[in-house]
Design a protein around this ligand. Sequence first.
Ligand code: PMP
Length: 460
Amino acid sequence: MTLLTPNSPTAELQALDAAHHLHPFTHGAGLAEKGARVVTRAEGCWLTDSDGNRILDGMAGLWCVNIGYGRSELADAAHRQMLELPFYNTFFQTTHVPALNLAAKLAELAPGDLNHVFFASSGSEANDTNLRLVRTYWQEKGQPERQVVISRWNAYHGSSVGSGSLGGMKGMHAQGGMPIPGIHHIDQPNWWSEGGYATPEAFGLERAQALETAILEIGPEKVAAFIAEPIQGAGGVIVPPETYWPEIQRIAKKYGILLIVDEVICGFGRTGNWFGSQTYDIQPDIMTVAKGLSSGYQPIGASIVTDDVAKVIENTEFNHGYTYSGHPVACAVALENLRILEEEGIVDRVRDETGPYLKERFESLADHPLVGEVKIVGMMGSLALTPDKVTRAPFAEPGTAGLICRERCFANNLIMRHVYDRMVISPPLVISKDEIDTLVERARKSLDEALEQLKAEGHM
Ligand code: PMP
């Protein structure tokens, strides 16, 4: 066959895609009918599609391109590593330089005594590792009955059977036999949608105390761990009330359960610190990382664990691992990405300069008639759309307003994502103030157009 190129006609690219490519989280027939948008190139915060449109990427790919697109240093690092050692495994008493360097670098960056790293190729794989890791930990500690992992509804921890079960997405659980046994979900700290009867502070405490209730119901001697994202990302950028995390931390300590903090989105600067755990003063026993670790230039994820967890696990042979655990090219690229994040002061700039600027500009959308709540921390934010700001009413058909708004964003050459009726952003951390202005202007225009359409179609 003749391969197509980025310069091939859009219709041809779309037709070949529709004929053979099954897309994740996509209604395939619907996509084939409309035709996929074909992204061909990217630079900084901007994508180019096969029709030559320039699109501002308000989502950093999928929450991952933290240093922006087009950094040749990462391509050079991959090139060098491919020539020197394109692959070797880290099983059976072998190692290689990129993996050992990256593990040491992550130990240096991660807070507290999170000093040991088990590599994977994605966030899903790393959370699967965590599930087996915490159960093995308690087995080795002589408490094998501690097997249950508590998670939250509307959490996202990945798409494999283990990580998808840890997640709390009911639409995912409805397909393919999830959740697997031994996972218990509690309610999320989503004040806007679920907490209107109380102050955010009281609601945050209540939702954290649901962890204690669950532990007592299950039996503390049976609970292995609690897993949560500092800020729920794919659930709609749900920023927990300030009272939430201190109470979770207290409860986890009280019952001696392991705390797995899923930093796949929040890690590597997204919240204005290196890790969301620092933003919320959380002390994890295990941290899941991926995405921003390589800024998405290579698939890589990891579980970073404390000295205590490592000591227990190292007492046995952990019968677990992936061919690409610690892939040398992925590790070399991640190291270069971390060097850039650090040496260019990108995380500090998000905390001190561009993050506060984005917050001010993004929060200005609160006056829009469609916008009920605006939440933003660092470079992740969300707008809750509502037909009635005062009563915080949901739309009659959840997701319709969000979808319309997302389509308007697309038409205005801005990538924003919708999670039901929450519009979310997570731009590259290198976004400039001018680009932030463009993002907010395009978002407002898209909201205006969505409002018109919702009225015209009788949704409000
Ligand atoms: N955890 C969180 C918090 C995530 O947001 C994601 C991906 N969106 C994952 C895990 C899964 O990562 P991956 O898609 O790399 O498997």
